[in-house]
Design a binder for this molecule. Sequence first.
Ligand code: PGA
Length: 262
Amino acid sequence: MAVRTRAPFVAGNWKMHLKLAEAAELARKIVEAGSGLQASTVVLIPPFTALATVGGAVAGSEVRLGAQDLYWEDQGAFTGEVSGPMLEDTGCSYVLVGHSERRQLFGETDETVARKARAALKAGLSPIVCVGEVLAERDGGRTLERIDDQLARGLGGFSREDMGRVVIAYEPVWAIGTGRTASPGQAEEVHAHIRRRLGESYGNEAASCAIILYGGSVKPANSYPLFQEKDIDGFLVGGASLDADGFVGIVREALRAYREEK
Ligand code: PGA
């Protein structure tokens, strides 16, 4: 079996949770519990209000900071929005783009996803671009078609170099916050498909380096078998990332599966 070169990547999306003192405490606990977990990338994605606080708490550690969204203009009269350069200035290295909650509740489209992903790259951030089908699409056998659409329209026109900095998160919408996870086989089918499509568009080398995360009700108990699938490189974690032990447990399980392959 080919040995995978992509080390585990685990991001915690805190969504609209935690005031400053709680955010600082959770970040500190994760840094503490996670120290010594080298060979993995760990990213904390708090709400905008807690970015500076969490940035301070993870400073000097291996843990990286990410934001949940951005606007595509650098500055201007866009009340309520936050730009890529502002996030970069706050210490972010990553930013979520096109999370299904943004798509479903706030009218994001594949076109706005493309603009935001491009703005992130321009600001020196790595976008974590989220794709995934709703239940009706899965039940109707249209999952891969939907993913193709999201990739083509959300990332169309990106160069090979750009793609080297893009992380993709496959999150079946029916699995987010529902306690219903995709089986390892269901997830791997989509991940392998995404990697194949990246290979067609950007070449095999770019495809084999690309980081493709799974998200949707990930917890320590299901992360090991998911990570054993060869095209699943880590996780975008929502609910379980609000608990330090649970979140670090997911990183440990991914690392265990990674090391066992070696
Ligand atoms: P969940 O959320 O882990 O709570 O299902 C995942 C996500 O929304 O990124």
